[in-house]
Design a protein around this ligand. Structure first.
Ligand code: PBG
Length: 323
């Protein structure tokens, strides 16, 4: 190919029609997943201060958002539960009548065609706020895995379409797979939060889900942000344990790992644009510092361009409405 002046890349940027023709990366509603927070009660739609536009919803209100998700053609919703009471072992997480189990039933009854994903973790349900049960002041890996298996099975019995473990215990995909298979759910897929970092960007979520650790932090189980090779090991292990979809989280700080994971594994890949990524855009836009729709599009397109097939994002309905 000869160079300038024969080659002029600006030719294809001259009109909106040309730019549209050569657009490489697209967002489609079917690949967007909307995270929703469900709480006990009726007619509750309680705003989350740190995440403008996000609410804690009672099951009846949740159903309204699920109907909206289906109408917009979203890929699905992922549910996080706020229990009536927290305890040392997070028992509402694996209670057949727990808030998420109730919510799954309500949504599947009202909108059976909508994909419902259950987040599988204990942190919203434990009084200490950690993602597993404690022994001698640290999270006990294997005891936690066995409880996570129970969480997945109770969600499966409630009719969930996909379970998504977010706890970062070792061997939890294998443990959950075994529990599901034994419970008659060999067909139910797992989307693992495979490469999940101990990130500052989860801050606003902890207000939404009431899951701030009461002591310490999550660095003994979530990954340190400095490590990329280790992220690939986490993903490889989760796939070997039977994960059907793997996730990188957070998204924008990990675009390099999304790309590496897509190239190394080729399996369906999800990325989570987390609460802090959403809140940053919202907060800056509220102060007039940047244009919210453009920042939303640019960040989500970058995540897709890096290699994510599926994006979990609080912007899901806003994007779908503009498509
Ligand atoms: C629970 C969980 C968290 C998120 C998803 N599942 C919080 C955490 O690990 O502290 C974060 C999502 C977000 O920030 O939007 N383990």
């Amino acid at each position: 190919m000869s160079d300038f002046p024969t080659v002029r890349l600006r030719r294809l940027r001259r009109t909106a029609a040309l730019r549209r023709l050569v657009q490489e990366t697209h967002l489609v509603p079917s690949q967007l997943v909307w995270p929703l927070f469900v709480t006990h009660g009726e007619a509750v739609r309680r705003p989350v201060t740190a995440m403008p536009g996000v609410h804690q919803l009672s099951p009846d209100e949740l159903v309204k958002d699920a109907v909206r998700a289906a109408a917009l053609g979203l890929g699905g919703v992922i549910l996080f539960g706020i229990p009536a009471a927290k305890d040392a072992t997070g028992s509402e997480a694996y209670d057949e009548q727990g808030i998420v189990q109730q919510a799954i039933r309500a949504v599947k009854r009202a909108v059976p065609q909508l994909l419902v994903i259950g987040d599988v973790c204990l942190c919203e349900y434990t009084d200490h706020g950690h993602c597993g049960v404690l022994r001698d002041g640290d999270v006990d890996n294997d005891a936690s895995v066995s409880l996570l298996g129970k969480v997945a099975v109770t969600q499966a019995r409630a009719g969930v379409d996909l379970v998504a473990p977010s706890d970062m215990m070792d061997g939890r995909v294998a443990g959950i797979r075994k529990a599901l298979d034994a419970g008659g759910f060999a067909h139910l897929p797992i989307m693992s939060y495979a490469a999940k970092f101990a990130s500052a960007f989860y801050g606003p979520f902890r207000e939404a889900a009431g899951s701030t650790p009461q002591f310490g932090d999550r660095q003994t189980y979530q990954m340190q942000p400095a490590n990329g090779d280790e992220a690939m090991r986490e993903i490889r292990l989760d796939l070997a344990e039977g994960a059907d979809i793997v996730m990188v989280k957070p998204a924008l700080p990990c675009l390099d790992l999304i790309r590496r994971a897509k190239e190394e594994f080729g399996s369906p890949l999800a990325a989570y644009q987390v609460s802090g990524e959403y809140a940053m855009i919202k907060a800056a836009a509220e102060r007039g510092m940047l244009d919210e729709p453009r920042a939303m599009w640019e960040s989500l397109t970058a995540i897709r361009r890096a290699g994510a097939d599926i994006i979990l994002t609080y912007f899901a309905p806003a994007v779908a409405e503009q498509l």
